[in-house]
Design a protein around this ligand. Structure first.
Ligand code: GDP
Ligand code: MN
Length: 383
């Protein structure tokens, strides 16, 4: 789950990182009041959307006082930044900047470690820094069992050509590493981390992603989820406790077990089609669970056919068949549905589907057969 800048800064403040004073505003009037509360001086008005490059898109503006803040907020609220609508702005005390740096702590899945990164070329996008000169980004791997140590910071600072800032940078990274670990984040990025005029280091932007699978341990962070910014289909699935990932194709896919669903996506692609989603119903075979899954899949207007791929182990195929029939009857789905049942009680399950005689339910035995059928039916429905 990605956090908004102001939420990331809230986490950073908990571990004592220096963040400019700020307030969130939902209307131009809110923004004016916020600027007044911050002392009435110069402020920065910043769009809060879950995407980067806000500065370049005109979503970050300096305002000379409450009146100007109101005007800037009026221009930014409602703006579309890379497909994200701005619903709120952060009004923050403006900071005179001497220098902009880049600092991040990220999960390095391949290396099975944590990676700390530092560059003197802050303000720019990380991809651009790496492109201009890979050596401009200093990186140090941190063994998660060993944890953070001062020498990691010295290594980073000197490699990035920022040796004179080794001490304050060490302090910033120790705190950044702590919040990264404590909140079970996969990314804590500060770009820019600025050298203020008093020489101190200040967090001016925050990009934080937290592992979805750890959110149950962090109710305070879970509550930060922005329902307005989430993909509506993924939000719907989240509300129904389903493991769902939206994709771009026409064949809606659901199966039991992540591995089976992953391979179903491949088989659909092999059959010349494109999957519309990943959806794992787990061991669920009850009608309510299948209804919940079908509601999410059919909410996507691009879906032209649906492929059920069930391997019966503990899950019994006759129960799945009963669930499918109940769900389809209850929801009145007109899209073609291909059901492949294999494993425990497959014969009973297939016989039940055949006996029901629902015209848009097609029964298949093997995975390739089912995938070809679903792809053909999607093409026919789409035409
Ligand atoms: P991003 O474009 O989405 O990454 O948004 P940032 O929060 O990084 O803001 C973009 C740029 O605006 C920064 O790199 C800074 O140069 C500038 N900026 C942001 N906040 C302040 C501030 O408080 N004072 C000043 N002078 N510039 C700021
Ligand atoms: Mn930034």
């Amino acid at each position: 789950m990605d956090l908004h800048e102001y939420q990331g800064k809230e986490l950073f403040q908990r571990v004592g990182l220096r963040v400019p004073g700020g307030r969130i505003a939902h209307t131009p009037e809110d923004a004016e009041r916020a600027a007044a509360e911050l002392g009435g001086g110069r402020v920065v008005v910043k769009a809060q959307v879950l995407t980067g490059g806000r500065g370049k898109a005109g979503g970050v503006k300096v305002a000379d006082g409450p009146q100007a803040a109101r005007q800037e907020a009026a221009a930014i609220l409602g703006m579309d930044i890379r497909g994200y609508m701005v619903h709120q702005v952060l009004v923050e005390e403006a900071t005179p900047i001497a220098r902009e740096l880049y600092a991040a702590v990220v999960l390095d899945r391949g290396g099975k470690q944590t990676l700390a990164m530092l560059s003197a070329m802050g303000g720019m996008e990380v991809e651009k820094i790496a492109l201009m000169d890979p050596r401009a980004m200093a990186c140090v791997g941190v063994d998660p069992l060993f944890g953070w140590s001062d020498f990691h910071a010295r290594r980073l600072a000197f490699d990035a050509g920022l040796g004179e800032l080794a001490q304050p940078l060490g302090d910033v990274f120790a705190r950044l590493y702590r919040i990264f670990t404590e909140s079970e984040a996969t990314l804590c990025e500060v770009n820019p981390l600025v050298v203020a005029e008093d020489g101190g280091l200040l967090v001016l932007d925050a990009k934080v992603s937290v592992d979805n699978n750890s959110l149950f341990r962090h109710p305070d962070i879970a509550a930060m989820r922005d329902v307005h910014s989430a993909d509506p289909h993924e939000q719907m699935a989240f509300d129904r406790s389903l493991t769902y990932v939206k994709l771009d194709g026409e064949v809606g896919v659901l199966g039991n077990g992540a591995g089976l669903v992953m391979s179903t996506l491949d088989v659909v692609a092999n059959a010349g089609g494109r999957p519309a989603n990943f959806l794992d119903v787990g061991g669920g075979a009850k009608a309510e669970e299948i209804v919940a899954a079908l509601e999410v899949i059919t909410a996507d207007p691009k879906v032209r056919s649906i492929l059920f791929n069930i391997f019966g182990g503990i899950t019994r195929c006759d129960e799945v068949a009963r669930g499918v029939l109940a769900a389809v009857g209850q929801m009145g789905i007109a899209l073609p549905i291909v059901v492949r049942l294999d494993g425990t009680n497959e014969h009973e399950g297939r016989a039940m589907l055949a006996a029901a005689g629902v015209p848009n339910i097609y029964v298949a035995t093997t995975m390739p057969e089912a995938a070809h059928r679903a792809v053909d039916l999607a093409a026919a429905t789409g035409a």
